[in-house]
Design a protein around this ligand. Structure first.
Ligand code: AMP
Ligand code: MG
Length: 594
């Protein structure tokens, strides 16, 4: 058996980024741009009005108010799409519509509402004079040429995933097509003598083929083009024929026929056609899984088509698709983030792991009071597809956990989140975080130091956060950063090739949710000291000699680090046993997050 990571690495090693293609922009939604896009024009192309109103010289409105209007001669009108015929001279104005080019001589636009136009409207026809009721500053309601996009600017970088807004930008630059990484064609084959197509009548003993549809929908969802080959029968000949039909695809996905039954012959057929990658992955559901490449002769040069043989059980096939086929498709279409977006959640049920495989439990994730909770969606049989329909996440129970208890933290892959959503989330949920709390003199900082050293030894990238109620002494008088702050700067950021420091004045005490985006997402573990009021998991340090009660109530705590036995029904860890404390944190908050 190989691990999920090894299996994924192998699958990914067989697929590469596909070649670019040029397509109409509207067909490029969700695809990855294959070339940098530079602007060859200014947008907007000319200074223009942001409002319906009067283009004028700001100077001419000085002192204007409702009681002291400034009267200007109206010399013309300009609508969006036409050029002004006249210029604005002192004492004159031109009626202007939103988006219309600003006339020569004008340096501000006063909106209709700030003129006396309404009271003059009864006279019909064109106005010869207008009263301005508002003293305009230069530049008022003017959109400057090139303020959105300047000519020559790099607007969209190669690698950008095109969303509706990027497609709009391409259109605004006059591009009707874009160069994007092509989508892979994924051939899909269901196998099994028991299967019947959804448009056929169902004889006794047969079942409808659902995997074809689940898989095809998944392929489309992640950017591939599904090609349905239909149903292959459990015979070498039928499978050979069907697999042959799928060989001009970029990838072949079969379902069923990879376990140990007498009729499970996909692996044998695969062996005949090419190389077999692996058979069993240490996961549940989804243990029987095959991967290989089918060699296809094309003229004298061979071509290799990666083949993923998913298990037949509908839940297994979907979960293995998510773990292996999805990242492969994302890689082929040029996406950089291949990992499924994950959160940390408190699990609401016990999950027992009997045979040391990684369990993907179907869960419903809810969010409450700054914390995610995951509830298992009833029966978890690998044939129960409704367990997937009820789920919005897959809780990942590591191979090493014999049991996960209700109340433990688990990692959950979010089924419906886009991959970018996982990438940009730098919140408390996306990085494992624990805070060490306790009375003053209880030894919080000593424990922090020991834990940091221990986690560094375990290969973690650690961030430490410290809450200091009494302000802080970081900025030494005389240093440049101090001088800049002394001069009145509200924030001083010092950046060097290997360090970054930010010293920022605040108007309130930040909570962890606000601090984490500043700290960044790249850490395996964040150890915080203090922050007693935040909702993150907390461990309290307690010492007998201080004689104090606990600072937090037992319900708020994940554990107590103590030098005496407390009878409180929460996990107790011994002061000084850094390894055990680190083990506790690792098991409960980090899991296999690294
Ligand atoms: P297999 O991996 O071929 O032994 O199949 C395992 C289980 O999944 C069997 O109960 C099959 O009937 C079921 N199964 C296989 N393929 C499909 C499919 N395309 N749609 C629905 N169920 C399937
Ligand atoms: Mg079968």
């Amino acid at each position: 058996m190989i691990s999920v990571e090894e299996a994924l690495e192998k699958v990914l090693s067989y697929v590469g980024v596909l070649e670019p293609e040029r397509k109409p922009i509207l067909d490029c939604l969700g695809q990855v741009l294959a070339d940098d896009v530079y602007s060859t024009m200014d947008i907007p192309p000319l200074d223009n009005s942001a409002m319906d109103g009067y283009a004028l010289r700001a100077e001419d409105t000085r002192g204007a108010s409702e009681s002291t209007p400034r009267y200007l001669v109206v010399v013309g009108e300009v609508a969006a799409g036409s050029m002004p015929a006249k210029e604005v001279r002192p004492g004159t104005a031109i009626r202007i519509m939103t988006g219309a080019p600003l006339p020569e001589g004008a340096d501000a636009v006063v909106r209709f509402e700030d003129t006396d136009e309404d009271s003059r409207k009864s006279s019909r026809g064109k106005l010869s004079q207008i009263g301005i009721l508002y003293g305009a500053k230069r530049g008022l309601n003017i959109r400057r040429r090139g303020e959105d996009i300047a000519s020559g600017e790099l607007i969209l970088k190669k690698g950008k995933v095109l969303r509706p807004q990027e497609i709009g930008i391409l259109a605004s630059l006059g591009h009707s097509t874009a160069l994007v990484i092509r989508r892979p064609v994924v051939a899909i084959l269901a196998t099994g003598d028991e299967l019947v197509g959804v448009d056929q009548t169902l004889a006794t003993g047969k079942i409808y083929d659902s995997n074809t549809y689940t898989i095809a929908a998944e392929v489309s969802r992640y950017g591939g083009i599904p090609r349905i080959l239909g149903i292959g029968r459990d015979s070498v000949q039928s499978l050979n024929e069907k697999i042959g039909e799928g060989l001009d695809a970029d990838m072949l996905i079969t379902s069923g026929g990879v376990s140990r039954g007498d009729y499970d012959m996909v692996k044998d057929v695969l062996a005949e056609h090419g190389e077999i990658g692996f058979w069993t992955v240490c996961m549940k559901p989804g243990k029987p899984l095959a991967f290989g490449v089918i060699k296809k002769l094309e003229g004298r040069r061979g071509r290799k088509v990666p083949h993923l043989g998913l298990p037949g059980n509908p839940v297994s096939s979907m979960i293995t698709f998510e773990q292996f086929a999805r990242p492969a498709i994302l890689k082929m279409i040029g996406k950089k983030i291949l990992a499924k977006p994950c959160i940390q959640a408190v699990i609401r049920n016990d999950v027992v792991n009997t045979d040391g495989r990684r369990i993907f439990a179907r869960v419903t994730v809810t969010h409450c009071g700054g914390q995610y909770y995951a509830s298992v969606t009833g029966p978890q049989g690998s044939g129960i597809l409704t367990s997937m329909a009820k789920a919005n996440g897959l809780a990942v129970i590591p191979e090493s956990s014999k049991v996960v208890k209700a109340g433990d933290m688990v990692e959950v892959q979010m089924l419906d989140w886009g991959e970018e959503q996982g990438g940009v989330k730098t919140t408390v949920e996306s990085v494992p975080i624990v805070s060490i709390v306790g009375q003053s003199q209880s030894g919080k900082t000593v424990l922090m130091e020991q834990l940091i050293a221990e986690f560094k030894r375990r290969g973690y990238k650690v961030a430490a956060l410290k809450h200091s109620r009494g302000g802080m002494e970081i900025d030494r008088p005389g240093k440049d950063s101090w001088k800049l702050a002394q001069a009145g700067s509200d924030a001083v950021c010092v950046s060097s090739p290997d360090k970054l420091a930010l010293i920022k004045n605040l108007d309130h005490d930040l909570d962890i949710e606000e601090i984490m985006p500043i700290v960044g997402p790249e850490f395996d573990l964040v150890l915080a000291e203090g922050f007693r009021k935040s909702k993150i998991p907390k461990i309290e340090v307690h010492r007998k000699e201080l004689g104090y009660d606990l600072l937090c109530s037992p319900e708020e705590l994940s554990a107590v680090v103590t030098d005496e036995s407390l009878n409180m029904g929460i996990t107790q860890l011994s002061c000084g046993d850094t390894v055990a404390i680190a083990d506790f944190i690792e098991k409960n908050f980090v899991l296999n997050k690294r």
